[in-house]
Write a protein that binds this ligand. Structure first.
Ligand SMILES: NC(=O)c1ccc[n+]([C@@H]2O[C@H](COP(=O)([O-])OP(=O)(O)OC[C@H]3O[C@@H](n4cnc5c(N)ncnc54)[C@H](OP(=O)(O)O)[C@@H]3O)[C@@H](O)[C@H]2O)c1
Length: 250
């Protein structure tokens, strides 16, 4: 039986890798959400080449009405991956609150909106994975909004897991470390500039701080997400799976 799995942030990075992995390993039907129609179309093409089927919907996860409208067009869903997110520095002394609000809206309220919109399409056996971060496990100076959102997201996964388990729906989170995507590239650029290093110097320092001494590829995160989405997983419930090469050990 072909599973139907919705991925927010399916246009790029980790979300796209999850789509391609699920297409390749089980021929899944992927419902892809993102803001960039062209990038979504490219992911969908990759899904088809990998043996799956796909449909794309341009949507901003902060737009509840849009998400509800999409949900009304969908058939049953077996899984939801909330991977859409943004990052960036929000130093506490900055004049404006706008970026803080933007990050919280996309990274914490966005997954909440996504679960609320698509849960009615999910029955017993459903699987939900919220993509958090190691910055949901510890603080990093200058990243208050992102750390707050990702800590909050892990809390949301714990609460939803207990709320939905009696419906046969399993909720978990993942906490990736550095993953080679556009987001990581922007982060390297910003932190290098803020700390007076070259990007190569900062990257070398960041890799040295990971016990396995490297960044990860999006496909590697997709393996962890796929495990939590698997019907075989009904014991890992309300947990946050660290996918960080040994940085966090609890
Ligand atoms: N890369 C890392 O090192 C890392 C580490 C830990 C956790 N994460 C988390 O992993 C997730 C994916 O990140 P990534 O590294 O794959 O980043 P990415 O390459 O920048 O991709 C971000 C994705 O999120 C989508 N997105 C962003 N804001 C959105 C919004 N308001 N509505 C709908 N879609 C939105 C983007 O879609 P469009 O381009 O179509 O707008 C894109 O598909 C994020 O939640 C991030 O916080 C990343």
């Amino acid at each position: 039986m072909t599973r139907s799995i919705l991925i927010t942030g399916g246009s790029r990075g980790i979300g796209r890798a999850c789509a391609w992995h699920l297409a390749r390993t089980e021929g899944a039907h992927l419902v892809l959400l993102g803001r960039d129609a062209q990038a979504l179309a490219a992911t969908a093409e990759g899904v088809r080449q990998a043996g799956g089927t796909a449909e794309s919907h341009v949507a901003d996860v902060t737009d509840r009405a849009r998400l509800a409208g999409i949900a009304r067009t969908l058939g049953p869903l077996d899984g939801l991956v909330a991977a859409a997110g943004i990052s960036g520095m929000t130093p506490v002394d900055r004049d404006s609150d706008a970026f803080f609000d933007e990050i919280l809206a996309a990274d914490l309220t966005g997954p909440w909106n996504s679960v609320r919109a698509f849960l009615p399409r999910m029955g017993p056996g459903g699987r939900i994975v919220l993509v958090a971060s190691v910055l949901g496990r510890f603080g990093v100076p200058g990243y208050g909004a992102y750390c707050a959102a990702k800590h909050g997201l892990i809390g949301l996964a714990k609460a939803l897991a207990l709320e939905l388990i009696d419906r046969g729906i399993v909720v978990n989170a993942v906490a990736p470390g550095w993953v080679d995507t556009d987001m990581a590239q922007t982060g390297i650029h910003q932190i290098a500039a803020a700390t007076g290093q070259t990007e190569a110097q900062f990257r070398a320092q960041a890799e040295a701080a990971v016990p396995v001494k490297r960044f990860f590829q999006p496909e590697e995160i997709a393996h962890g997400v796929a495990w939590l989405l698997n019907p075989a997983n009904s014991m890992q419930v309300g947990q946050c799976l660290n996918l960080d090469g040994g940085v966090v050990q609890n």
